[in-house]
Design a protein around this ligand. Sequence first.
Ligand SMILES: Cc1cc2nc3c(=O)[nH]c(=O)nc-3n(C[C@H](O)[C@H](O)[C@H](O)COP(=O)(O)OP(=O)(O)OC[C@H]3O[C@@H](n4cnc5c(N)ncnc54)[C@H](O)[C@@H]3O)c2cc1C
Ligand code: FES
Length: 274
Amino acid sequence: MSCNPYMPVPAILEKVIQETSNIKTFLVRPAKPLVFKAGQFVELTVPGTGEAPFTPSSSPAESEKIELTIMRVGKVTEKLHALKPGAELAVRGPLGQPYPLAKYHGKEILIVGGGVGLAPLRALLFALLEEVDKYKKIIVRYGARTPADIVYRKAVEESWGRKDLDVMITVDKSDADWKGNEGVVTTILGPKKLTCNPGEGVAVVCGPPIMMKFATLEILKLGYAPENIYLSMEKNMSCGIGKCGHCRLGPYYACKDGPVFTYDRVKNLNKIWD
Ligand SMILES: Cc1cc2nc3c(=O)[nH]c(=O)nc-3n(C[C@H](O)[C@H](O)[C@H](O)COP(=O)(O)OP(=O)(O)OC[C@H]3O[C@@H](n4cnc5c(N)ncnc54)[C@H](O)[C@@H]3O)c2cc1C
Ligand code: FES
């Protein structure tokens, strides 16, 4: 990061991949390498429009360029989605706390994602697969609204065949070609669709707030301990460095103390799923 934490580094947009109708992956090359750990985020500036926080979806092993998978929802993201390769951007980070991978060693990892929430989990998956022998088992359960809303579809489908991954995808509403599960993500977290060992495992959840809430309740029902459930709390942010108070979460600042929190730290706070 630069000496002034508010000063972004210039970056060039190199490539844009259309993932779904409203989600694109942006390959961004910062002027200086950006070394991050899975779960950390960056503030991306669209000159003339503003900046917004996003978690890199690419491998943390790659620092020359990062990928950001971004859903179009408002001012900054609308502008971003209209940009073409070669556009000038700026990036500030890495910010926040990563997933504590050393604590996951020797354990079974259950990754549960919904919608664009698969973006930070993809960076985590890359990091886990770099040292796959250190983990007992890696399970991925992902939910999208329809087959057309599945991000990284080709990669996700290819991963179904991997021996070191147990991947299952569900869609809320299927189409004629869909051969997988139909139903919200909790329908693939029950014992019929998931063989896991909650006593020896950690669960990592990221997605829209409503999905995070019901997935977490299901994961608790399976027997995972609250201190072993890791949530990505994507609160509205501004400074990203614990100064402005925008991202207040009880006694925490989501930007500085998070965005990754274990459920036991946040479960008694007000409005955690808003
Ligand atoms: C740590 C962190 C990591 C994130 N990672 C990603 C990511 O990898 N990919 C991705 O697509 N999005 C991610 N987000 C959400 C992303 O930051 C917001 O979608 C973005 O700030 C919206 O900016 P905008 O100017 O386009 O929308 P705005 O014009 O600001 O708002 C449009 C709508 O989005 C809502 N909104 C604004 N900011 C947020 C926010 N931070 N979280 C939830 N809703 C918000 C507003 O309430 C409003 O309804 C992340 C957020 C955080 C805090
Ligand atoms: S975004 Fe400013 S304190 Fe967290």
